[in-house]
Design a binder for this molecule. Structure first.
Ligand SMILES: [Zn+2]
Length: 282
């Protein structure tokens, strides 16, 4: 198989989780799952409610709404650094919007919001709970308007795609000239990954298929003719590393006491990447 980002066939083994290997492209350093599921089966995982609400995994998109709102507000504050003025009348598309909390928050600031979400369960929840407009599940089946959106966000969705280039290309077509694309994704060159190796919490077989770092995400943006505006590391911020190690130590000690399985890492390694489509915003 070849790298989905640069098509080169050379690779080295970066991580191994069960029978799944994560390979690192020797040219562009994208880390991708092997074997890679095809686009149709890649979506199966997200169809059931259990992906979004699972007490065993500590995931709860319903009961955890307040936490999701905090996270959404954090991203909105960060986006404002790269955003002229307010969000009034701004046309916003969130690709991989899950249950729609981010869209609900940015709508409060006057944005006109729409979402695309692969999960039929999460789409239905976003529609019934927040009255959001979900355009559909499969971006390649949608007739997206060209040069339409002022802001497109991909908040922890790009790593779930077997072919991120194709999807981002499609999104860029529907972005206005001068419009902003925001990608938040785990950083595969982060301290957390270096420390935890194959135990890094973002190596999640069949779920996380393509893992980027600053250089590979920059290459992705160049490939789709976007101009990089800035990259903000988040979660591993100042004190973040120390805090994460302390939290991890607590989790580890608890696992020893309770005799449960060894915990994976802590959620502390992200990149938020801001890029623009060339041209003047109308
Ligand atoms: Zn590559």
């Amino acid at each position: 198989m070849s790298c989905t980002l640069c098509q080169d066939k050379s690779y080295s083994l970066r991580a191994e989780v069960g029978s799944v290997r994560y390979l690192e492209c020797e040219v562009c350093h994208l880390v991708y799952q092997n074997p890679m599921p095809d686009a149709s089966s890649a979506g199966n995982l997200y169809q059931k409610k259990g992906y979004f609400v699972d007490p065993k995994k500590g995931t709860d998109y319903i009961g955890g709404e307040q936490w999701l709102r905090k996270t959404a507000k954090f991203f909105i504050r960060l986006i404002k650094k790269y955003w002229p003025g307010d969000f009034k009348e701004a046309k916003v598309l969130d690709f991989g919007c899950a249950t729609g909390v981010f869209l609900d928050e940015i709508r409060k600031q006057g944005a006109i919001v729409q979402g695309i979400e692969l999960s039929r369960w999460a789409s239905a929840y976003a529609q019934s709970r927040f009255g959001l407009e979900i355009l559909g599940q499969d971006i390649f089946e949608l007739d997206l308007p060209k040069n339409h959106f002022d802001l497109i966000t991909m908040i922890h969705s790009v790593e779930h795609l077997p072919d991120p280039v194709r999807v981002v290309e499609r999104l860029v077509e529907s972005l206005k000239p001068g419009g902003l694309l925001v990608i938040a994704t785990p950083d595969v060159s982060s301290m957390g990954e270096r420390f935890f190796g194959s135990r890094w919490q973002y190596y999640v077989p069949h779920d996380h298929l393509a893992l980027f770092d600053k250089s590979s995400v920059t290459r992705l943006l160049k490939k789709v003719n976007l101009t990089l505006s800035g990259i903000e590391p988040y979660l591993w911020r100042r004190w973040g590393t120390l805090e994460a190690l302390i939290l991890f130590g607590i989790k580890w000690a608890r696992a020893v006491v309770q005799g449960s399985s060894f915990p994976r890492g802590t959620p502390k390694d992200g990149l938020v990447v801001f890029s623009r489509k060339p041209g003047e915003m109308s």
